[in-house]
Write a new protein. Structure first.
Lengths: 141, 79
C-alpha cells in the first residue's frame, strides 16, 4: 500500500520501510533524511519544522500518484515529522518498493527533490547565535 | 465577502499572525487579492512568496470566493 503521513512522533525508519513491501518486489530504497549538525560551516543546535498539514498531505499524495506513472515501482510511503528535532533525528522517510532496484533508486530521488520543491513544510535552523527560517532555493514558482 | 488567510513559518513571524479574516471585493482575482493582503504587511515584500487557495497552489487568475482559505508562505524547505 501507499501512504503519506505527517507526525510529531519519532520516526522508525525500518518500520516505515517494511510497510511498503508487496510480494512481487525485490528491492526497497529508503531515504532517511535527518538533522544535519553543520550546514555551510555553521553549527545548528536543533531544527523546528512547521507544515501546512492538509495541503502538505495533498501535495505528498500528488507526488505519489505522479511517481507511480513515471517509474516502474509498486508502493511508496512518505512520512514527514514536524516540531522540534534534535541533531541526528529523522525528519523525513521516503520508501519505494519496486520489482527492480534501479527504478526504486530513481523514484526515491525524484520524490525527495519534488517534496523539497512543492510540499508546504518549512524548517527553522536554530544556531547558538540566532535562528532563521530556511527558504527553499528550488521551490515552485 | 470574507476569506481566511493563513501564514506559516517566516510569513507568520513577519506578520505576527497565523490566521486572519480579510474582507475582499466580490469577484476579485487571486493575484489582486494576494497583492492587497501582502500590501498590509510590508515586511513580507523582502521574501519570495507562494500563494494557495483552499490548499492548492494558486494560479493567479482564478476568482476568490466567499469563505475561501487563502495561504501566504515562503519557498518551502521541508525534507
Amino acid at each position: 500500500m501507499d501512504f503519506c503521513e505527517i507526525t510529531t512522533e519519532t520516526l522508525d525508519v525500518g518500520a516505515i520501510a517494511r510497510r511498503v513491501v508487496p510480494a512481487n518486489c525485490g528491492a526497497i530504497v529508503t531515504l532517511d533524511g535527518f538533522v544535519r549538525q553543520i550546514t555551510k560551516g555553521r553549527e545548528t543546535l536543533y531544527l523546528e519544522y512547521e507544515g501546512y498539514e492538509p495541503m502538505a498531505l495533498k501535495e505528498m499524495e500528488k507526488l505519489v500518484a505522479q511517481v507511480k506513472t513515471e517509474f516502474e515501482i509498486e508502493n511508496v510511503g512518505i512520512v514527514h515529522r514536524l516540531g522540534k528535532l534534535e541533531i541526528g533525528e529523522t525528519s523525513v522517510v521516503i520508501s519505494v518498493a519496486a520489482p527492480h532496484r534501479r527504478h526504486a533508486f530513481a523514484a526515491c530521488e525524484w520524490l525527495i527533490k519534488e517534496l523539497k520543491r512543492t510540499v508546504p513544510i518549512w524548517k527553522k535552523e536554530v544556531y547558538a547565535d540566532g535562528e532563521v527560517w530556511v527558504e527553499g532555493e528550488n521551490a515552485k514558482n | 465577502m470574507k476569506v481566511q488567510v493563513l501564514f506559516f513559518g517566516a510569513t507568520a513571524e513577519e506578520t505576527g499572525e497565523r490566521e486572519i479574516e480579510v474582507s475582499l471585493a466580490e469577484n476579485i482575482q487571486a493575484n489582486e487579492a494576494f497583492a492587497e493582503i501582502v500590501g498590509k504587511y510590508p515586511r513580507l515584500k523582502s521574501h519570495k512568496l507562494l500563494f494557495a487557495i483552499n490548499q492548492e497552489y494558486a494560479s493567479g487568475d482564478e476568482i476568490v470566493k466567499d469563505g475561501d482559505e487563502l495561504a501566504i508562505f515562503t519557498a518551502v524547505s521541508g525534507g
